[in-house]
Design a binder for this molecule. Structure first.
Ligand code: ATP
Ligand code: MG
Length: 421
């Protein structure tokens, strides 16, 4: 028996309706905000992620699924969604179209992580990318898009945490202050953070090691080091969020794990699903497009973990619109009736009713049991006596109500659909 790879999951036929429900809502909300779907390949040249995600991040250093293809090229399965979108934006000159370019995607993401609740080696993200807009309004817009999804799903428990990590200009001053603070504490830090101190000190604030977490508790905050432009931008984002009634907490410890962020960063965090509580994370990344070879382009977006979102919804007892079941089951009671089931099913399906009939040569009793188990709402019973009179019985499973009707597709369709609507 060959098992599923560690850290991956099957979505089974009786649970895929949850995914469809969530995917329909995210697509619908993206549409409300004027964002169109972009689909990029599952693998890209490794170089893209080295440049785009940054070679001081955990993702690039430890978590990438990298392989050599048969042509000797280094390829990597997407470890996040944004770098591929940035590449496509540049390669297809999307900047020549009316700006901003508002895009969304639903994609698998691959990271070699230690599997645990809410942490997989293959997970799925819904992501949004607005390219070409530098305004604080664009930040508010993408945060509002994420919030609209949670509202539509009826999830109230997610808390919005925001922060600003400034621009390269103010980051310089901040990094100096952080290094000064950490200099005397270096012995207590993990090996990775010791290494980060010179290369990328901001990442230390994102460390999950207990010792480092303790040390950074009193570290200086980026928000106190913002230049005038970054400060104004941040204040406006906060005012904008307030103007649409969106509650938030300014959390100076949110810095995000990727190198490409500038200014606004944010996370929507659940308090009820344990340590892996961040359902959505994003922010502004004005340097990314340039880093992967394009002209300087402002950008803002987020990634939403769909497995984690579904864990939250399950926890809340969400029904996801209910399991999808066929409207009609056709139950023939004799061989002649079995011949009639197929054209009847064809006719009902053409009119839009989903329907099934016996494929297992079950007895009539077993068929009724099966239809009940499936949750079909109506059963069309065709028996010997009924065939003689060219009639069928329609039974509604939820009420037990049963009626004899003429055995033709039009009549049966009219009768059932008038009762089901
Ligand atoms: P975390 O801090 O939990 O590791 P992250 O900062 O690495 O998250 P992002 O790269 O911002 O996450 O990805 C966006 C979202 O994707 C996360 O907020 C989370 O909901 C989801 N996600 C990230 N990594 C995983 C994973 N290994 N398994 C399942 N979902 C994940
Ligand atoms: Mg992570």
């Amino acid at each position: 028996m060959i098992n599923i790879p560690k850290g991956t999951k099957d979505v089974l036929p009786f649970e895929s309706y949850k995914w469809h429900y969530v995917e329909n809502i995210v697509r619908e909300v993206a549409r409300l905000f004027g964002a169109c779907e972009i689909r990029t390949p599952t693998f890209e040249h490794t170089e893209l992620f080295l440049r785009g995600v940054g070679d001081t991040t955990d993702i690039v250093n430890k978590e990438m699924y990298t392989f050599e293809d048969k042509g000797g090229r280094s390829m990597t399965l997407k470890p996040e969604g944004t770098a591929g979108v940035a590449r496509a934006f540049i390669e297809n000159s999307l900047f020549n179209r009316p700006q901003p370019t508002k895009m969304y995607y639903i994609t698998p993401v691959f990271r070699y992580e230690r599997p645990q609740a809410g942490r997989l080696r293959e997970h799925h993200q819904f992501g949004v990318e607005f390219f070409g807009a530098d305004s604080w309004q664009a930040d508010v817009e993408v945060i509002s898009l994420a919030k609209t999804i949670f509202d539509k799903l009826g999830v109230k428990e997610l808390q919005l945490n925001i922060n600003s990590i400034g621009c390269p200009k103010c980051r310089k001053e901040y990094n100096a202050a952080l290094k000064e603070y950490l200099a005397s504490k270096i012995d207590g830090m993990c090996a990775t953070c010791k290494d980060r101190l010179d290369k990328n000190p901001l990442r230390i604030l994102d460390c999950k090691e207990e010792g480092c977490k303790e040390i950074i508790k009193d570290a200086p905050n980026t928000i106190d080091y913002l230049c005038d432009e970054c400060k104004t931008h941040h204040d406006n984002v906060c005012k904008g969020l307030t103007s649409i009634g969106l509650d938030y907490t300014v959390n100076p410890r949110i810095v995000r794990g990727l190198d490409y962020y500038t200014r606004t960063v944010f996370e929507f965090i659940s308090t009820s699903i344990g340590a892996q509580g961040t359902v959505c994370g994003g922010g502004r990344y004005n340097n990314l497009v340039e880093q992967v070879g394009g002209k300087p382009t402002s950008a803002v977006g987020f990634g939403m973990g769909l497995e984690r979102l579904i864990i939250v919804l399950d926890k809340l007892g969400h029904t996801f619109g209910g399991e999808v079941v066929s409207d009609v089951y056709i139950a023939p009671m004799c061989d002649e009736a079995r011949q009639l089931a197929m054209p009847l099913a064809k006719s009902l399906r053409e009119k839009g009713l989903s329907c099934e009939y016996d494929l297992m040569d079950r007895s009539f009793k077993a068929q009724m049991k099966y239809a009940d188990k499936l949750g079909c709402r109506a059963v069309v019973i065709i028996g010997e006596d009924e065939i003689k009179e060219c009639r069928a019985s329609v039974k509604f499973m939820y009420s037990g109500e049963q009626e004899s009707v003429s055995l033709d597709g039009d009549t049966i369709y009219e009768y059932i659909s008038s009762k089901l609507s």
